[in-house]
Design a protein around this ligand. Structure first.
Ligand SMILES: [Zn+2]
Ligand SMILES: [Zn+2]
Length: 281
């Protein structure tokens, strides 16, 4: 188990490991490009080499790439839809070059197409990403505001089952899950005490299978349980609370996973200290 945070690349990807190390990260997540969109700048070979060297220097083996925010695999607008597919492909290629562990993505919104059609289009999109990548793609559980997809274990399990079924074998993309504590809590998966944490991961195991769980986004929630509102809070200051995080961090079934903070207001350093203190292993 490693603790880390989302780190800004600030235009220089090779400096990211140092920035992560400075605030006490044992693992980290980053965008490989501007998350709002715009044309991705090619990462040069020397930047890749320096990035890897710096990861070694700071003993950072596990790092992840988050896809840009505009991804929508259920858009009625085909420019956005195909743009999302190629953006995911591109991030998986970049992740392979950088030696990242996985790419994390949001899925999109069913607002334009309605639930059923949106799901089918999304599955076709994931099939179209293809299998030419060593890295796996982690579908992130969402808070489910509006018609955002991926807010229930059942829906994520459906995608994980259907994509390989619809793909020819040689096009099979490797899929896993990123569990965001704030999103799951806002979607109705309780995490406030030991019993709740156990039940949530029992359900995860029954419905998706814990072998698919590859990463934890570790965020407290400013919004209420089951509110479907995505608002992160510092650890212990939100509605999940410190007891909840103590149970999550010490849950035996999560002991081999990395925990990434996406702290609002750049206070990741303090939150990292809290996580390390709560870890009783
Ligand atoms: Zn995310
Ligand atoms: Zn969020």
């Amino acid at each position: 188990m490693n603790f880390g945070a989302h780190i800004s690349i600030a235009g220089e990807i090779e400096k990211t490991p140092e920035r992560a190390h400075e605030i006490g990260c044992e693992c980290f997540q980053m965008f490989s490009r501007s998350p709002q969109g715009g044309k991705a700048k090619e990462i040069t070979e020397s930047a890749i080499n320096n990035f890897k060297k710096n990861c070694q220097k700071y003993n950072l083996e596990n790092y992840y790439i988050h896809t840009p925010y505009y991804i929508n695999l259920a858009s009625a607008n085909n420019r956005i839809y195909y743009g999302s597919i190629s953006a995911i492909k591109k991030e998986l290629e970049t992740a392979d070059l950088l030696g990242a562990k996985a790419v994390v993505t949001h899925l999109g919104s069913a607002k334009e197409l309605g639930e059923k059609e949106a799901r089918e289009k999304l599955i076709k999109g994931l099939v179209a990403v293809g299998n030419r990548h060593a890295c796996s793609l982690l579908l992130e559980i969402t808070a489910g505001s509006g018609n955002i997809m991926g807010d229930s274990f059942e829906e994520i399990a459906y995608f994980i089952k259907e994509v390989p079924r619809q793909a020819q074998d040689d096009k099979n993309i490797k899929l896993g899950v990123c569990f965001d504590t704030a999103h799951a809590f806002a979607s109705g998966y309780d995490l406030r005490d030991k019993k709740a944490v156990q039940k949530t991961f029992d359900d995860f195991d029954k419905i998706i299978g814990l072998e698919r769980l590859k990463l934890i986004h570790c965020n407290d929630s400013k919004s209420d349980f089951n509110s479907h509102i995505d608002r992160h809070e510092n650890i212990g200051k939100g509605k999940i609370g410190i007891e909840g995080f103590e149970m999550i961090i010490n849950e035996p079934r999560l002991k081999n996973l990395d925990f990434i903070l996406e702290t609002p207001g750049g206070k990741a350093e303090e939150d990292l200290e809290i996580l390390k203190r709560l870890n009783k292993r």
